[in-house]
Structures are given as structure tokens and as C-alpha cells.
Design a protein around this ligand. Sequence first.
Ligand code: UD1
Length: 421
Amino acid sequence: MDKLIITGGARLNGEIRISGAKNAALPILAATLLADGPVTVANLPHLHDITTMIELFGRMGIEPVINEKLAVEIDPRTIKTLIAPYELVKTMRASILVLGPMVARFGEAEVALPGGCAIGSRPVDLHIRGLEAMGATIDVEGGYIKAKAPEGGLRGANFFFDTVSVTGTENIMMAAALAKGRTVLQNAAREPEVVDLAHFINAMGGNVQGAGTDTIIIEGVERLHSATYKVMPDRIETGTYLVAAAVTGGRVKLKDTDPTILEAVLDKLREAGAEVTTGADWIELNMHGKRARAVNLRTAPYPAFPTDMQAQFISLNAVAEGTGAVIETVFENRFMHVYELLRMGAHILVEGNTAVVTGVAGLKGAPVMATDLRASASLVLAALVAEGDTLIDRIYHIDRGYECIEEKLQMLGAKIRRVPG
Ligand code: UD1
């Protein structure tokens, strides 16, 4: 298993490019199944989760082709089996995103039930109930969700999400795109990735309105056609590199990103004392060598502060001046990184869904273990400012969500290397 070794102390300075968003690319790849011709998806990040989705397509008989511009071409007409097997689903929960499109387009699907997850129970009941509301029959049997569309196909429905769910909204939105009649989704997720997916469905000839608000209206269409689409920038990768510059007192300019999709994060960085300037497709953060001030924050669905940036801000608070309370309201049990940060000398008290972080003057390098994707990012950030070497184990979690993390950090002046193990 590969490990990362980071020698802390370098003040980051430089410019890098932000990759396509993993959490937009995954539902967009799943939505290609809805088309009746080949679809091209560009700006896909090179990440393990994307490879897993492509492997899943391979298992179903579809062979995605990478074209000369490094975009992926998918022809959903070549599908042979409608089964998403457990070996793949267990490695990536987002595989559940193929459920809605398969039932809508091919009338049935079998998708393994994603198991428990390190960051809380993460059920999929809303995905199932949404499809049932559209007339699908669903049996959960032998660890698989077996779904069948009714005679004549899925029907439009009104569906209320009692919890805001990002992939839940996406799954039902994709299914509704080919259903008969109108679907109204209430208390829908407003995340920018949901909006990107809606744009993609519309680019294939769909009719989705209201994405980005809590009510999404989808008029089902007979067919969706071929299209070419470019995935939006990754707001969590963007936020992570901004925090990397902030913890080290440095400066970073991020290109090919979008400042309008992470306002809650930019506000908190300014509150922490960073100078943040933005243009249409870039963000620059300059800490001018200063130590950050600790900030209080509370995660919640978009447009509030994202849970996927919570761990990184705990690392920022860990070396900041003062004390900050971080409240996690989206997932239970999402503080595993805290226990690794304590091993590096952080002062953090966890009580229920709140972590109270009191900044220390310095962290010390230590061997630590990544436990999930964003937790591992927080360990990288802490290691960048820690004294001496930090050895981060189980970095396959990082490779699920950060494209070329060591190359990008090296370009900014960090001392980081990967050691095969
Ligand atoms: C997505 C993101 C993930 C992010 C999360 C919250 C992708 C591929 N992943 O995950 O990076 O951390 O949004 O912003 O986009 N819930 C239910 N029943 C359901 C579904 C969800 O109770 O059927 C609950 C979950 O347990 C959780 C909350 O809803 O407490 C939000 O989860 P959800 O938005 O569904 O997360 P994901 O879509 O899995």
C-alpha cells in the first residue's frame, strides 16, 4: 500500500489548475446510460472513483473509449447486463447512481446495496422510495436492490425528500428524465453538482427546471440523444488547496475553478484572516505569512458550509490562534481524522457532533492513517505545517478524490513524496 511522506514547514506559493469535479463526474457518467447514442464527457478527473465507475460500465458490457482530447466516449447501447456487482459497489457508494438511469432506460436493474460506511450509516432508503413513487417495484434481496419499472415505464411523481440527499436527488432526477409525465422533487439537494447534472441531461434533450433550488421539476421526454459535455470544476479540491495555502501562511492561485460555488468556504477563509481575491475562473488566497484565526462553523447542505470541507478546517483551526467549534450536521461519526490529529499534538475535544479545536503553536510529524477521503486531506494539511516528517498510510482514500495530489503540492513548494509499500 502506497504511503505519503511529508516534511512540514514549507510555505506554499504558486499556481495550479483545478480538476473536474468528482461528485459531478460520477452522476454525469451514470446519466450517459440514459442516452440512445454515444455521449462524450470531458474534463473528467483522473481519480480512482472515476476508474471504478468506468470499470462498472465495463462489467455491464459497455467499453468506454478515451478519445484524443482525453475525454471519455460512452455508447450505452452496447449494455449487456443490468447488474452492478457488490465487489465494485462496496468500494464506491456512488455506484448506486446507476440505479435510476438503468430502471428508466432499460426497465430494470440490480444494484448491490452499499454497505456501512466509515462516515456513518448512510442509508439509501430515499433512492428506493423515490423510484417506488414513480411506480417501480423494488425488492431488497441477497444484498441487492432489484428494481423493475412498471408496464409502460416509470411515471412522473411528486416526491418529497425528508432528508436532503445529493445522490438521492440525482438518482431520481435521472430516472424522471425518461419517465412519462412530470416529476416534482421537493426538498431537493441544491449542490452545484446537481445543477451540472441537470445541465447535462438538458444537453441530451431533457427537460429539467429548477436545479439549484429546493424544487426541481422534470418533464419526462421520450428519448435522450448524444451529447458532448464538460464537467464543472471541483469545489472541494479548490477549497482543500486554499486551506493548504492558509495553514502554511502562504499564497496560492487556483485556475480553472469557479469562486461562485464555494462562497461559504471563501467567507470562512476570510474570517480566518486570509486575503481572498477572485476572477471569473480563478481564486487567489494570500495569507501574507500570518497565522490563521480559529473559526466556528457548522456543516449543512449547500449553500451552507460543505461537510466535505469540515476535516480540512479542523486542521486549519488546529494550528490557528484561538478556539473554534466545528459542528457536523450532515453525517454522524465524521470525526475520525481528529484522533489522528491528536497524535500530531492537536488539541481537540469531540462531544457528540461538535469538535472544539484549540489552536496550538505547532504540530509534530507522526505516522498517521487515512480513514476516509476528506479525513485524509486533513492529515496532508496538518503534515504540511507539522515539524518533521509525517508518514500517511492508507492513501488510497486520497487517490479516490484528489488528482495528482503530490505533483500539485510539489508545484506549490511542498516537500511531499509517495513511497510504494
Ligand atoms: C454526497 C457526496 C459526498 C458528500 C455528501 C454530502 C457524491 C458522490 N458524494 O454523498 O461527497 O459528503 O453528498 O454533501 O456526490 N440519507 C438518508 N437516506 C438516503 C440518502 C441519504 O438518510 O437515502 C442521509 C445520509 O445518511 C446523510 C444525509 O442524508 O446523513 C446526506 O447524505 P447524501 O447527501 O445522500 O450523501 P451522498 O449523496 O451519499
